[in-house]
Design a protein around this ligand. Structure first.
Ligand code: CDP
Ligand code: MG
Length: 739
């Protein structure tokens, strides 16, 4: 039966959904009142939980799993996504008394999944979040004394190991979503394996147990790594999924929103009931696609008579890492009757989340990759090819409740010939600087022969050591310096932390902490999908940076932070994410607390300097970012000073984008590689400020570091270095060694 008026019920667009937007959260969009009311009604607590929980495949395996955990120190549990591993196993273990001797800690590679799963389990267990069930993610701790099941990001657990290497407060550590092979989970594999080779620490009543949970990928390798430990497999129940090769594009135009929209609408108009899940590469692409789909779906409804179709409306829901949790929860709710749900998600957010009712799946060819020290939540077009194994695993999701279809944009030949077999683990493609510093602080000096499940390339380890040496976190022998010990306290990349510490030493951390916070949250600048709004937003942002930043993108961030603190309405006018700003306020408060504690230490560095705020800010930035110095080369191009001499451009989003050629020296926060190599978040500096620091970039060579990394430094080699003039200089200036 036809509903009142038009058929297509389309979700309100993103700006309407934002808490700080023009309309309060949940207010109906002026463009499509009726369907939005439906969505609003559904925004309550999740109903019908019981019926959802009962038939999960894991239920039959409860006894077997509990016994296996009792008997083994290491256990691997595999099963397709959606079988109930993440939500159910920790609950079983709690009910069987495993939390009596300590907390059951469950790690997740993603923030989104951590929070959403903790919320779900708390609801299933009828307790408030933060009591029996809690979560901890970077900058957000939602646990209490009573917490017995603690979901946390793998990065959080890594930081806890730093403070407490034996993890005495935990009875069981569950390393979940092992198939994602995130950097921190990979490092935790090695650390926990090492932990078991040591003696049981005094004070621990029962030995720690480790459970690794994974989708059905590379299980043999994992089991072998943990001494051929027991593997319990939970067979899924899947309906067949038919693959449709659309043959629309090649790898270069992969992730194209227009194709995603076309295929989605085709499905919507031609296929029987069932929800759609579309994977795209990043937040901006998702937002753009949602907007486009919204417009198209709306216009189609005016042109087509969709009366014969069993589904009339399309409910469009975006899903990405930095979305507020109440919005994420809507993803799991069944759509209103007669409405088809279409979730448009990042791969990152979705590999560990299962959405019921999906029958049509649209995997993306690329998945977002964490390149270098890319900011959390900020996934641009940095993408790498997904793999055959993860793609197959993913496509299984279309057949959870009934037969499904999986649409691949490319051709079958491409799939056969070009797709890599397995996803490259993060450890093999990302910056290892923070992780190597963590290992060094945990007294793992031989970072090359550390038990890695997949060994990163030696040159990447050496690159990390070089960076740590350059910023003074380790000395020439590879030992952690006092500065390194301070750096590791901050959940920030080392160069940003160096700048913060420099500012704190000068008593002007007020200048740097907001910047560090702003660089740690999702991109604060809203990039709307619709061309007209996009232009308007770009204009606003440009004016902002020119007015506020005075041609220094870091200062722009600082000023936006200050400006918004007093007037939230200001954000909306200038196309700034209020929500991102709110997280930045909270991050800043936490960084401030860390800084306050460190400044109380008697050996915290102290310095004085006379100069304008502007100069102090830029000089503090130089203390950390001298590794990212570039000098004007030809025309608009700059040349990096890191020894690679790469030719780079200023990103168009920067206030310095079309500055006069007299601008010679700059530093930048990060690099974005698209058709060109772009520097983002840029600041002009003077050569004198980095003159003494730049030689550090060339002080050590790979040979020296490789022996340091292997701890094979011979006396003879040490003498050779000691004789070097530059070594002595470094030795004098580096902070006290910790040995
Ligand atoms: O970990 P695994 O993939 O094996 O399954 P799970 O995440 O424990 O999911 C079990 C069930 O809980 C699925 O039906 C999910 O849709 C549901 N779930 C949910 O409704 N909300 C969440 N935040 C997480 C899971
Ligand atoms: Mg899971």
């Amino acid at each position: 039966p036809k509903g009142a008026g038009r058929g297509a019920g389309v979700a309100p667009r993103r700006r309407d959904q934002e808490g700080g937007g023009a309309s309060p959260a949940g207010a109906p969009s002026s463009r499509c009142p009726a369907p939005c009311d439906v969505i609003r009604e559904r925004r309550g607590p999740i109903s019908g939980l019981g019926s959802n929980v009962a038939p999960l495949p894991i239920h039959k395996y409860r006894k077997k799993l509990v016994e296996a955990v009792r008997d083994c120190s290491f256990l691997i549990v595999t099963g397709e996504t959606g079988s109930g591993k993440t939500t159910q196993l920790p609950k079983y273990l709690f009910e069987e008394g495993f939390a009596k001797h300590g907390v059951i800690g469950v790690t997740q590679p993603r923030r989104v999944a951590t929070i959403s799963v903790a919320q779900r389990v708390a609801e299933e267990m009828n307790c408030s979040l933060g009591s029996t069930v809690g979560y901890q993610v970077r900058f957000d701790d939602f646990t209490s004394e009573d917490t017995a099941i603690k979901y946390m990001t793998d990065g959080c657990l890594l930081r806890q190991i730093l403070a407490e290497p034996h993890l005495a407060k935990y009875s069981i550590i569950v390393l979940d979503e092992a198939h994602e092979r995130s950097l921190s989970t990979d490092i935790l594999f090695g650390l926990l394996k090492k932990l078991f080779q040591q003696k049981k620490p005094p004070g621990r009543k029962k030995a720690l147990k480790v459970v690794v949970m994974s989708a059905t990928l590379e299980v043999d390798k994992l089991s072998e790594f943990f001494g051929h430990c027991l593997v319990v497999d939970i067979p899924g129940r899947n309906y067949p999924v038919k693959t449709m090769f659309c043959n629309l594009l090649g790898p270069k135009d992969a992730g194209n929103s227009a194709y995603a929209v076309k295929v989605t609408l085709d499905i919507h108009l031609n296929e029987s009931a069932g929800d759609i899940l579309v994977f795209l590469t990043g937040q901006s692409e998702i937002e753009k696609t949602c907007d486009l789909l919204f417009q198209k779906a709306e216009s189609i409804n005016y042109c087509y008579d969709v009366q014969d179709c069993s589904v009339e409306g399309l409910l469009i829901l975006p899903l990405y890492g930095s979305m507020p949790t109440d919005q994420q929860r809507r993803i799991f709710l069944p759509p209103p009757p007669g409405i088809r749900k279409c979730v448009i998600a990042t791969n990152i957010a979705a590999t560990s989340l299962t959405i019921d009712g999906i029958r049509y799946l649209f995997p993306s060819l690329l998945k977002s990759c964490n390149l270098g020290d890319a900011r959390e939540g900020c996934t641009g077009i940095e993408g790498c090819l997904t793999s055959v194994s993860s793609d197959l695993e993913l496509s299984g999701r279309a057949g959870r409740t009934s037969p499904g279809k999986c649409y691949r944009l490319y051709s079958e030949e491409f799939w056969d010939q070009c797709m890599p077999e397995h996803t490259i683990p993060e450890i093999k493609r990302t910056s290892l600087t923070s992780v190597i510093l963590t290992l060094k602080c945990l007294a793992v000096h031989d970072v090359i022969r550390f038990p890695y499940l997949d060994r990163p390339e030696e040159r990447h380890i050496l690159e990390a050591l070089k960076q740590l040496y350059q910023c003074g976190a380790i000395d020439r022998k590879g030992h952690v310096t006092r500065l390194g010990e301070l750096l590791v306290q901050f959940p920030l990349p080392p160069n940003l932390t160096c700048a913060v510490i420099k500012a704190a030493a000068l008593d002007c951390e007020d200048l740097l902490l907001p910047i560090a916070a702003m660089l740690s949250v999702e991109n604060v600048f809203i990039r709307p999908g619709e061309p007209q709004s996009q232009k308007e937003a770009e204009l606003q942002h440009r004016e902002l940076s020119l007015q506020l930043g005075g041609c220094n993108d870091f200062a722009t961030l600082l000023n936006i932070f200050d400006e918004c603190k007093s007037a939230p309405a200001w954000c909306q006018k200038h196309w700034i994410h209020w929500r991102a700003l709110k997280s930045a306020f909270s991050v800043e408060a936490q960084l401030r607390e860390i800084t306050r504690k460190l400044k109380q230490l008697p050996d915290f560095p102290r310095e004085t300097f006379d100069g304008s705020r502007n100069e102090i800010l830029r000089r503090c930035l130089c203390a950390g970012y001298f590794t990212n110095v570039a000098r004007r080369s030809m025309g608009r191009m700059f040349c990096t000073m890191d020894g690679h001499g790469s030719l780079v451009h200023i990103h168009p989003s920067s206030a310095l984008y079309d500055q006069e050629p007299q601008l010679e020296w700059i530093i930048f926060h990060d690099i974005l590689v698209t058709s060109k190599i772009y520097m983002r978040t840029v600041c002009p500096i003077r050569y004198e400020w980095v003159k003494d620091l730049l030689p550090k970039l060339h002080e050590v060579d790979a040979y020296e570091l490789s022996s340091v990394a292997r701890e094979e430094v011979t006396e003879e080699e040490m003498t050779k270095w000691k004789n070097k003039e530059d070594f002595r200089r470094q030795h004098d200036t580096s902070a006290k060694k910790v040995e």
